[in-house]
Design a binder for this molecule. Structure first.
Ligand SMILES: [Zn+2]
Length: 139
């Protein structure tokens, strides 16, 4: 790295990054950086579903899904609110429907898609392997 920081400055900067940027998206971007993968765009509205991370020329997209909001089949995703049951059921069903519609649209246009669930961030080495497999896929 040639960021011209002293070790102490870098340590302070890293600490700041760690405490501040804790969202799943930042975590994935940090992982990509560690893997030396760059050249992506964020939330492009001209790509169906505006993926969280997208490589336009490679037609590769990563969606980072919150387990609750996208009804993941995991403990967090299966937890259902106890009040306003109907409201949540309808809302989550609509999210799932929208996800699959966007996915189908992207696939039709020749895109490769990787969906990363929030809960997968607990195991970063496993996640790194998934990312590696995705980038090593035949084009
Ligand atoms: Zn999950």
């Amino acid at each position: 790295m040639s960021d011209n920081l002293t070790p102490e400055q870098r340590r302070v900067a890293m600490r700041r990054v760690k405490s501040k940027n804790t969202s799943p998206e930042i975590a994935i971007r940090r992982l990509l950086h560690q893997m030396g993968i760059a050249g992506y765009r964020l939330h492009r509205r001209d790509v169906p579903g505006s993926p969280d991370i997208a490589w336009l020329s490679k037609k590769a997209a990563i969606f980072i899904h919150g387990c609750f909001w996208h009804a993941h089949d995991c403990p967090r995703g299966s937890r259902k609110p106890k009040t306003n049951r109907h409201y949540w059921q309808t809302k989550l069903a609509r999210n799932i429907q929208r996800d699959s519609k966007q996915r189908a649209e992207l696939k039709k246009k020749g895109w490769d898609i990787l969906t990363i669930w929030e809960c997968e961030l607990k195991d970063e080495s496993r996640l790194a392997r998934r990312l590696n497999r995705f980038f090593a896929r035949p084009q």
